[in-house]
Design a protein around this ligand. Structure first.
Ligand SMILES: C[S@@+](CC[C@H](N)C(=O)[O-])C[C@H]1O[C@@H](n2cnc3c(N)ncnc32)[C@H](O)[C@@H]1O
Length: 221
């Protein structure tokens, strides 16, 4: 949270795509007394986020689409690994930038198209590409222009080590409770079994350690 200064304007901090709200403890520690509002589309995620926030009257969790926030409503916006899941990420980022009050700060981390050569995400997407056409990623180039009147303060890769017990565990998590769940639901078990086999053939044996790079964008209104 080093990108989030304490000299913010009055108002709440919004956390679009909060999931179970792992951002919450760091935010409350860094910004004591500040109203914090998490938003997630998934009812299950919002319920878990509310559990985490229980007992803190300054925290609210809304269930719904976080792509659009009210203009001039936010002291800060912090979003971690949600942007790439939105239908029009650049349009959402523009709305978030416009939601900042003067002096407010936007800090967004998301997974870009290319995270690292040979890592688990890359191998999985190479396998997938042989069966499903790539989605349009041109929105990534429109993110900085979408910041509208805000000043870009940071646009850099951020990488941390990740470890998975093995490739099969990674694949199961990704397709059952991760971003490939909608595809698994749509195409069925046989299709997922084919993908699994191809993925495991290309994956290393045993524990899989890798270091994917995310993209971190910080802007100030
Ligand atoms: C990879 S998770 C990240 C959750 C959390 N920020 C974290 O770092 O663990 C992405 C979250 O975005 C949520 N999401 C996807 N589309 C959304 C939308 N249109 N509006 C709000 N949340 C959305 C998903 O339900 C999911 O909880």
């Amino acid at each position: 949270m080093r990108a989030l200064p304490s000299d913010l304007p009055d108002g709440p901090v919004f956390v679009p795509c909060c999931g179970t709200f792992p951002e919450l403890d760091v935010l409350t520690g860094h910004l004591p007394g500040r109203e914090i509002v998490g938003i997630d589309l998934s009812a299950g995620m919002a319920a878990r986020a509310r559990n985490r926030a229980a007992g803190n009257p300054l925290v609210r969790v809304g269930e719904g689409d976080a792509s659009e926030l009210d203009a001039g409503s936010a002291a800060a916006i912090v979003s971690v690994f949600g942007l790439q899941q939105l239908p029009e990420p650049d349009v959402a980022l523009r709305s978030w930038a416009e939601a900042l009050r003067p002096g407010g700060v936007l800090s967004v981390v998301y997974w870009p198209h290319s995270t690292e050569p040979g890592g688990a995400f890359t191998v999985l997407s190479e396998v997938l590409r042989e069966h499903v056409p790539a989605g349009d990623r041109s929105w990534e180039e429109r993110l900085v222009p979408a910041l509208a009147g805000a000043t870009l303060e940071r646009d850099e890769p951020l990488s941390f080590p990740m470890a998975h017990p093995d490739a099969d565990t990674f694949f199961t998590a990704h397709t059952r409770s991760g971003p490939m769940r909608p595809l698994a639901d749509a195409r069925g078990e046989e299709f997922i079994a084919v993908l699994r086999e191809e993925f495991l053939r290309r994956a290393p044996e045993g524990e899989w350690r890798h270091r994917p790079s995310a993209r971190h964008i910080v802007a100030r209104a």
